[in-house]
Design a protein around this ligand. Sequence first.
Ligand SMILES: Nc1nc2c(ncn2[C@@H]2O[C@H](COP(=O)(O)OP(=O)(O)OP(=O)(O)O)[C@@H](O)[C@H]2O)c(=O)[nH]1
Length: 168
Amino acid sequence: MSITLVLGGARSGKSRHAEALLAPHPTPWTYIATAEAWDDEMRARIAEHQARRDARWRTVAAQLDLPAALAGAGPALVDCLTLWLTNLMLGGHDVAAATTALESALAARLAPTVLVANEVGLGIVPDTKLGRAFRDAAGVLNQRIAARADHVHFIAAGLPLLLKGKLP
Ligand SMILES: Nc1nc2c(ncn2[C@@H]2O[C@H](COP(=O)(O)OP(=O)(O)OP(=O)(O)O)[C@@H](O)[C@H]2O)c(=O)[nH]1
């Protein structure tokens, strides 16, 4: 089933674009959230997203186990891969093995999947070793998922740029 990767910077409008991609598909749509509400700012960001989603959505939290969240779900939106990577790295997990497991889960999907990820490598070189390792790992992860995706869209200023496949 079709896989779409939606890339973009912070507040580029990528979540809104990704949500709209599921509109032609049957409900309920599954929103797979990788974020954790660790402070008030994050709680406010999450609340904004939740307010936007109506009863056609069901929300599943998956900080680490994306394959389990994807298995058996209908049309699904993963928001976002970059926070999932953060969770893996901070937890000391094997990122390459987790990515392989995600690729297998995507290949087994029977319904469309949209995945959101941040394009983090466009700014200055991070001044910490962890920051540089994260930036590089995010680039590798995006390339691996993009290679398997049917469609890849890059969002800037709320507007989509086609990198692969088709725009809706
Ligand atoms: N735990 C949890 N996280 C959620 C929920 N809804 C949204 N989120 C998270 O909210 C995050 C998106 O936050 P934003 O800060 O608005 O994203 P952004 O990158 O700045 O914005 P856009 O590019 O415009 O989408 C994603 O990582 C989601 O996982 C939810 O119901 N529960």
